[in-house]
Design a protein around this ligand. Sequence first.
Ligand code: ARG
Length: 472
Amino acid sequence: MKLWGGRFIKPTNELVDEYTASIQFDQKLAKYDIQGSLAHVEMLAACKIISEQDAAKIAEGLKVVAEKIESKQAELTKDHEDIHMNIEKLLIDEVGSVGGKLHTGRSRNDQVALDMRLYLREAIVGIAQKLVSLQQSLHQQAASNLDTVFPGYTHLQRAQPVLFAHHMMAYVFMFQRDMERLIDSWKRVNQSPLGAGALAGTTYPIDRHYVARKLNFEGICDNSLDAVSDRDFVVEFLSNASLLSTHLSRLCEELVQWSSIEFNFVELDDAFCTGSSMMPQKKNPDVAELVRGKTGRVYGNLMGMLTTLKGLPLAYNKDMQEDKEGMFDTVDTLKGALELFAPMIETMVVKKGVMYQAVANDYSNATDLADYLVDKGLPFREAHAVVGQVVLHCIHQNKYLLNMSIEELKVFSTLIEKDIYTVLSPKAVVNARDVVGGTAKTQVEAQLTKAEIILEENKTWITERMKQIELW
Ligand code: ARG
């Protein structure tokens, strides 16, 4: 007999049971479901809705059920549709009919919204932890490459030399905004929907704040319909995850390029690469490729959730059961990627010599020749044209600016003097960009210092939240 079977005279079609069940995937929520139930039952007793003795029996029973599920001793079945009803059934098996009092003043609708929020809280903290480790790895690579000059690109064409540290720090700050988005979303996730009942609230004299306090929520959802209807906190998480994945994926693309023979700027550690079954020489950056590839499913999960919600009338609709798999998948996908990424970046060998050769043998110092002429009084537009001519000449002669003799240079402009050779050296070019946020060494050092403070703040936030989600 189904827990809700009273009103039915026929059993459910087996295929319907199969089709509507969510136990295959929502068993991930078991721990949170039990945390929520423990808080709920304690509140029921505190509000004298059930007796202290009954509450104690139920709480004991719930703990036994938790252990049985944890150790895979409990049978979770489609006959009981979802994790909420499976747990209730296991509880009744454990403690007898008193277990049937647990669901007083509660619906699966507010219960599942609660479980989702509890799950997501923990997921956000877990992802934040891994994200800060990645930021640290990037910061560390930056610190070790404060003198490494390498080509900066626009349109994937050599543009101006930058410090490799500057490039690493760009990602540190991108990931910082991802971190801030996760942190900011916390206050919206961390609100208790319990007590909303099926949709309208409940007739029992419950204390919603009691439950919220027990579960370390910051507050309660103000409107019962909203509490059970919306999954905007899931959408927000999936959206934050998507942006984070975008950033990861761009870094992946760079690692794939940089580790190719054509670039040869970095070597990824053997431990993070794989070989080819056919071509013995291959060392493939599979992790970077796969993280880049999995960005597709992260975006897909966001689109899926948005589409599921679009057009749903208030309040709960069974459609909303579709909120789970995408969210779980995104959490697992991101955790998997971040976990590998931090050590992959940390162990990456930066080929400083190759990078330097690249900037020594290109035209990425051309802007600096133009700036030099401007300094000597030529309007920038004219200087630009002169240098364009010089570059064209060099290309025809198979030379770079620094290979030109002073006589050759003077043909293009008499303003050019011997000091040009120092001005155009890659290091000088980098250090000339001594503006806040620029690539000059002192400016990049300032970025590193600023980031150190920010990363400490991230860690403090994580430590505080870890305490908040530690329930029993
Ligand atoms: N398994 C359901 C879900 O995940 C739980 C809520 C079901 N509520 C209901 N009234 N059928 O959405």
